[in-house]
Design a protein around this ligand. Structure first.
Ligand code: HEM
Length: 397
């Protein structure tokens, strides 16, 4: 088996193929998606920082000038929202948008949220343990980051159940060659989400609260699309990956019971353990960039107009950077994993994600005397965003 993102066996364990790519073909052309796969840590890291590549080419050229077919018209409501968020723009627009929200995500601001994050995490974990366990993903991993980011933005309680399905449907478009059905579902979700946020922003303009939507709605220089795009990005990025780091992370610990015992016995390892779980089985396996000027990687010329696929999951297992990379080591000290990206789009929410993960892993270790796997979990079909359907556990106090 080679690189095959639609093959469930590859999705379940892509790491052997990555190993071959890093050794024998660090730059390779993948015909089915027309992308250049980049497998080594040094290259992924360098290309993320290289200004000759961009998240979207549309700020330098039209589809036609770039030699690309235009997106089908029905997708317009989707791209309108997504391309207005900071993740899909370049400087100077990126700098301006990121600056507007970065104040809310500084380590100090985020640290002030820790008591609230802890209270939510312990509440969810206590309920989970009292009932003897259940699906850790649905009952702990999802509600924690969804509640935190919804509270930051000021999404009313009664509307929070809408966020997860909208986000999941939007993410369907990020998979490789999404089906027509997935595309339509993503477009519908983006349109509904956008209408919801426009309405909420209007209400907050009339009667502001102490929340991010109110703060953003008060900024005149932000266009309506930018406001909606920023909120959609924060709400989606603010929980999607955290859910899957929790699920993948616990599944990694169950597959490495010695490391779970080590962590139980020495809780001071929690910070390195969280970083290691993010490295060992990252939920974000690939991020893409467009080539805005010709580049050359290991003697291979990649022309302007090409798309490169940076394989984060592979970079995180690179033997040139990590000692014994396939071993899960909860005490790994030197761990420059790439799971939060690098360069100007480096994850804005990394300090918040770290607090959420430390608090939820910590609460489970503290409050569940035993945690046992009820059945082997299965992977969802997605490769780009890779996570488990469910993680069924039995828990006792
Ligand atoms: C960007 C990963 C949690 C907000 C990114 C990127 C990665 C990433 C890889 C860069 C994408 C690229 O360069 O193309 C993760 C992981 C998380 C996580 C693994 C959980 C463990 C969060 C949270 C938030 C957040 C909790 C909070 C609101 C963002 C935003 C960006 C971003 C706004 C875009 C930054 C920019 O374009 O300048 N994230 N993220 N993320 N993330 Fe996260």
């Amino acid at each position: 088996m080679g690189f095959d993102p639609w093959n469930p066996d590859f999705v379940a364990y892509p790491y052997r193929v990555y190993d071959e790519l890093r050794r024998a073909a660090p730059v390779s052309y993948f015909e089915p998606t027309g992308q250049w796969l980049i497998a080594r840590h040094a290259d992924v890291n360098a290309l993320l920082r290289d200004r000759r590549l961009g998240r979207s080419y549309l700020h330098v050229a039209t589809h036609e000038e770039f030699g690309r077919p235009a997106e089908p018209e029905f997708q317009e409501p989707f791209w309108r929202v997504i391309r207005a968020g900071m993740l899909d723009v370049e400087p100077p627009v990126h700098t301006r948008l990121r600056r507007l929200v970065s104040k809310a995500f500084t380590p100090r601001m985020v640290e002030s949220l820790r008591p609230r994050v802890r209270a939510i995490a312990t509440g969810l974990v206590d309920t989970f343990v009292e009932k003897g366990g259940g699906d850790l993903i649905a009952e702990v991993a999802e509600p924690l980051p969804v509640t935190v980011i919804a509270e930051m933005l000021g999404i009313p309680d009664q509307d929070r159940h809408l966020l997860r399905p909208w986000s999941a449907d939007i993410c369907g478009m990020y998979e490789l060659n999404p089906s027509p059905e997935a595309q339509h579902t993503a477009v519908r979700a983006a349109a509904e989400f956008s209408a919801y946020l426009k309405d909420l922003a209007d209400r907050r303009r009339r009667s502001p609260g102490d929340d991010l939507v109110s703060a953003l709605a008060a900024i005149d220089e932000l266009t309506e699309d930018e406001l909606v795009g920023t909120c959609v990005l924060l709400l989606n990025a603010g929980h999607e990956a955290t859910v899957n780091v929790t699920g993948n992370g616990w599944w990694s610990l169950f597959r490495n019971p010695g490391e779970l015992e080590r962590l139980r016995a020495d809780r001071s390892l929690l910070p390195t353990a969280v970083e290691e779980l993010m490295r060992w089985d990252t939920p974000l396996q690939m991020f893409e960039r467009w080539v805005l000027e010709d580049i050359e990687v290991h003697g291979v010329r990649i022309p302007r107009g090409s798309e490169v696929a940076l394989l984060f999951g592979s970079a995180n297992r690179d033997q040139d950077v990590f000692e014994d990379p396939d071993r899960l080591d909860v005490g790994r000290a030197d761990n420059p994993h790439i799971s939060f990206g690098a360069g100007i789009h480096f994850c804005l929410g990394a300090p918040l994600a770290r607090i959420e993960l430390l608090e939820s892993f910590g609460a489970l270790l503290d409050r569940a005397g035993t945690l046992e796997l009820r059945r082997e979990p299965s992977w969802k079909p997605g490769y780009v965003i890779r996570g488990l359907h469910a993680l069924e556990l039995t828990a006792t106090a």
